[in-house]
Design a protein around this ligand. Structure first.
Ligand SMILES: [Ca+2]
Ligand SMILES: [Ca+2]
Length: 246
């Protein structure tokens, strides 16, 4: 459980990749968006992440609002070490620290603790007027009863939402490619295993982020697996709703 519950208050990153299910609607005027800081407007968004799995607690969320250049990862390429920490140990601290000094990132935020199976968590994200014209959201979390599975939604567009408009996005699971999917208790940091979190070694069959192939589990014949059918998932693993409130 080394780094599993590490989180960083005040920062957030949102990574998630998937399908936009619904678009925006409502009043397109930016009325009531003013704040008191030099008459600049501030835009606010409620981000709700629903854990759609049966037995995979989510590590503290990372929400990242960014421009059209930022990528938390690219499928088919090696994960950053910051993403490796999140994927293997459920620690969002490293990636949130990194984006704090990334000029492609507008703002970020950490979730508050673990999001259990079937549970949801809502966070508020604020965006400055100057950043609104090119603003996207990425949401990232680890399914902690895995070796290195990341649930991610990437590039949810924020700048096309009117007040009360929302996007609802299905987030799928990716294999970070940084740790072999042994499923043993020694290598699963979540409650199903209680084993190791981050390890700098990269011993997966290839050092690439891919769509996650899923868990095998002891119920399907992987004898030394700490997982059971309860820990399986089908995509989507999460449903993410982003609503503009101001
Ligand atoms: Ca893996
Ligand atoms: Ca590793």
């Amino acid at each position: 459980m080394t780094d599993l519950f590490k989180r960083r208050a005040g920062l957030a990153s949102v990574l998630a990749a998937s399908v936009l299910l619904s678009g925006c609607f409502g009043d397109d005027d930016d009325n009531n968006s003013s704040n008191n800081a030099g008459n600049k407007m501030t835009y606010a968004y409620e981000v709700t992440v629903l854990n759609a799995t049966a037995g995979q607690p989510f590590s503290p969320l990372a929400l990242i609002a960014h421009n059209d250049q930022y990528r938390a990862f690219r499928v088919g390429e090696a994960a950053s070490t910051d993403l490796e920490y999140l994927a293997e140990a459920g620690s969002n601290q490293q990636i949130l620290d990194a984006v704090a000094s990334n000029d492609q990132v507008h703002t970020s935020q950490s979730g508050d603790g673990v999001v259990g199976p079937g549970a949801s968590q809502t966070l508020t994200l604020e965006l400055d007027e100057d950043d609104f014209s090119s603003a996207y959201l990425t949401v990232l979390t680890m399914m902690v009863n895995t070796n290195d599975a990341v649930v991610a939604a990437r590039g949810i567009k924020l700048s096309d939402l009117a007040v009360n408009g929302y996007h609802r996005v299905n987030a799928i699971a990716y294999d970070a490619g940084t740790e072999a999917n042994l499923e043993t208790s020694a290598t699963i940091p979540g409650p199903a295993g209680g084993g190791e979190g981050f390890n700098a070694a990269r011993d997966d069959h290839m050092d690439q982020v891919t769509v996650h192939p899923g868990a095998i589990t002891s119920d399907d014949g992987l004898g030394n697996s700490a997982l059971t059918q309860l820990h399986r998932w089908d995509n989507p693993a999460a449903v993410i709703t982003v609503k503009r409130t101001r």
